[in-house]
Write a protein that binds this ligand. Sequence first.
Ligand SMILES: *[C@@H]1O[C@H](CO)[C@@H](O)[C@H](O)[C@H]1NC(C)=O
Ligand SMILES: *[C@@H]1O[C@H](CO)[C@@H](O)[C@H](O)[C@H]1NC(C)=O
Ligand SMILES: *[C@@H]1O[C@H](CO)[C@@H](O)[C@H](O)[C@H]1NC(C)=O
Length: 548
Amino acid sequence: MSFFRCHIKFAMTGFMWFFWLSVSCITSGAQAQGGGSWQLVVKNAGIASMHTAVTHFGTVILLDRTDIGPSQINLPNGTCRDDPSDLTSTHDCTAHSVLFTLGPNTIRPLSIATDTWCSSGQFFPDGTLVQTGGDFDGNSKVRYFTPCVRGGNCDWVEATDQQLQQGRWYATNQILPDGRQIIVGGRFVYNVEFIPANGQGTTELPFLHQTDDFQHDNYYPFVHLIPDGNLFIFANRDSILYNYITNAVVRQFDTIPGEPRNYPSAGSSVLLPLTSADGFSSAQVLVCGGAQLGAFANFPGAFAVASQTCGRIDVLTPNSTWAMETMPMPRTMGDMVLLPSGDVLIINGAQNGCSGWGNAKNAALNPVLYQPDAVVGQRFTTLTPTTIARVYHSTANLLPDARVLVAGSNTHQFYTFDGDFPTELRVEAFSPPYLNPASAGDKPRLFNPLTAVRYNTQFRLQVSVQNPPQSNMQVNMVSAPFVTHSFSQGQRLMELTVVSQQFNATTNLYMISAIAPPNAVVAPPGYYMFFVLNKGLPSGAAWIKVSN
Ligand SMILES: *[C@@H]1O[C@H](CO)[C@@H](O)[C@H](O)[C@H]1NC(C)=O
Ligand SMILES: *[C@@H]1O[C@H](CO)[C@@H](O)[C@H](O)[C@H]1NC(C)=O
Ligand SMILES: *[C@@H]1O[C@H](CO)[C@@H](O)[C@H](O)[C@H]1NC(C)=O
């Protein structure tokens, strides 16, 4: 039966997709339920990406760590890096970061000077990625990547006149309304700092200490900027609403039922879409997956079955508590990606074990779609599985073409190409069901010269649609996060108000007028992917800079 379904899919999609679809059908047709398809976009990226971020030029920064031994791609122009303090290669001629260019699907090696292992990051309002901390000689470093047009020569620049006040690895960055970033926690670090610091020192945050346990389930805290201006910070099983300006804990939330959720137990979290429908006045956080307490500390153990639950909480409603839901399958080390449709894709990871080298088995090959607005019990849909395990040190990022780029996976200390989970250098893209070619007639195509909008102003996007569209198409804007260790730092989605939609018979385009987000608390300044949606199907994105 599933084989038959595969044939229908092939007939509908035509020549271009034949090869990859046929692979996914042969290996996985029997489990496919909710659709979606996989494409292999790079056979060998040279590195296994531990950290991944999409720039506003549509290129993608892949970043591993420097002390992992030789990668499979050389540094540009025969250059080498001499680092007497490197763990494994004091003279290294291979690259540990590369730039992927969507379209031609090419890979260009980049140069990183110090160790980026388990670091953090986020884009500044001007589109520059700031990347902070790491291990060993990289512990206090600050690095910048200012993206460039395709074919350009942009590369990492390590700050020589600036460093973190506190060495950090496993920290989380969040862009703030004033354009600065807060850096929260890290391994055995119970404070926060700002970048740029503007003279401000580190600030103790006892919550980070209180959420420590015998296996330290409080690394990479989940941090979300809430529309009331506070930060929602979640570590282990607890969470607070934190006023970073006055250093006050405004609210302590109930402990989430079930397992620890942060690294090394490695659940994931998203701030569900903020919407103009309620004036951006509500905020709900979703936390999914994790691992059984002790799965990490007691390793080698029994590869305990991972958490199968999600908790959802209404952050701004007094006395709200966690509403629990059950996923179709357990998952640790999953990633949660906000799709342009406003749904959440839960992808990557394993069904048993936890983070760490060789600590997991039974890869979770099926992505799961979570539809926040569906009735309870009907929110999860299991999608077409991949054939490539993405366990420890893998990533998932939304692309401007509305696919999800999946990279990395290395459960070894070095690049090791044997065992149950060989180091993974292939990069795939997952096309969610909304990209099904059978619906192409309803998919909007964006023609957009707009590159910047100001808060609370009306702006116009133009799209073509083959079939008659719905009367008011939607406009959703999505940030480009820094993704590592199952959490997308700075990920958020805003559903905007559409004021009008007019068909222009001269251009054959629909002109959609929408209102930009009201302020920098709802949407911190920076570049966002703006998507137009018709009947739930997204256009490709326009990168638009949002500012005062
Ligand atoms: C490598 O060499 C080419 C040719 O000389 C030059 O155009 C390019 O900028 C060099 N790249 C780097 C990263 O130095
Ligand atoms: C919240 O809980 C407290 C303590 O139980 C109670 O006094 C208060 O009335 C509750 N507030 C709301 C809005 O339910
Ligand atoms: C339709 O598009 C044409 C060509 O760009 C333009 O001149 C005209 O003003 C547009 N009509 C409306 C109603 O905006």
